[in-house]
Unconditional design. Sequence first.
Length: 414
Amino acid sequence: MSTDQGAPSATTAREDGVPAEFNPYSDVFFDDPYETYRWMRDEAPVYYSERWDFYALTRYEDVVAAHRDWETFSSAYGVTLDALSMRQRFSSTNMLILMDPPEHERLRKLVRQVFTKAAIANLEPLVVEVVTSYIDALKDRQGFDVVADFAALFPVEIISSMLGVPAGERQQIRLWTDGFLHREENNPFATESGVAASMAMGEYFLELAREKRRNPDDLIISRLVTVTFEDDAGVTHRLSDEDIATFAVLLAAAGSETVTKLVGNGVMAFHRNPDQWELVLADPTLIPGAIEEMLRLNPPSQYQGRFATRDVTVDGGTIPAGSPTLLVTGAATRDPRAYQRPDAFDIRRGGATTLAFGYGAHSCLGSWLARLESRVAFQHLQQRWPRLDVDTGGLRRVTMSNVAGYSHIPVHIG
């Protein structure tokens, strides 16, 4: 622990004399933040942004500890910088990620009944069917876009079909999600069209929840209509249509964006490390380990926002009570204090990168589905196209709230 008060800020100079700044709405952040993360871990482990008035933790140990301490680092004020900057608690919400225990645990117990690891394992035939359909659609082409033609399409198809979204309406979920996550450079707030997309998606799932209550099927939304949980006082809890709609929005957005970015980031990791792809070609059973290494090297969710409810001092400075705080996963998973050769892509490294899917009370319910989808995707890419050449001139990245990855990765079939 440290007795230092305050924290290094955006005006602190690096060794080369250039002011260092962590700006999560800059081209540097969207394109390649890892040198900035390195500086922060070493020189500003409790970083303060003068521009945006937030603190950030980047060392693995500090990020894990903050995730565990939900009473100090609350989710109830928002999890993105735009929401946290309002400094207002979401006192009446049914959005799971905006709740702290014990309310969070009550709702989570209801929804996790239909999202267990065992239930996900039974979904592999569906995942294989959907992935194969998109792979087959590309079979006669000499080149395609790994993201726009494949990785952006199949995850939302899977999660939407699991929820009970009718065929033909599922890609609209992706377009809405892309809209409300998009950010313009140096603007933490959603665009006007993004706000409209968020509202449209919420209204869509609210009506779908009502429809499933009238005409149930055996899919997730219908099952959420019927789940119950009895608390310690003997009170039985059920989900309202509004509860179900907000959970469906969260699940649909996370279930599509995370896998899209994970697959794209993985393709680029293999492109930059061809020796690792040769290992996969020789032994496809290495793919699950490769997925964990993709999650560690370039996690799709680069940070999770929290709100400090009290003064907290860690090695490197003090975060004052009432401060928006970013737990920077993308920095923590490359911390040399936790990993040997942290910048190396080593698919035989071993271990699970649990931090990439949140940690503690807010660990991601859909993490096993994301792993399953990504594994199946790379198995089919490896089988169908063992040689893909990336056209680096056509690479494009997204500029989103806290999601990092590619919107376009054009490839030629070798």
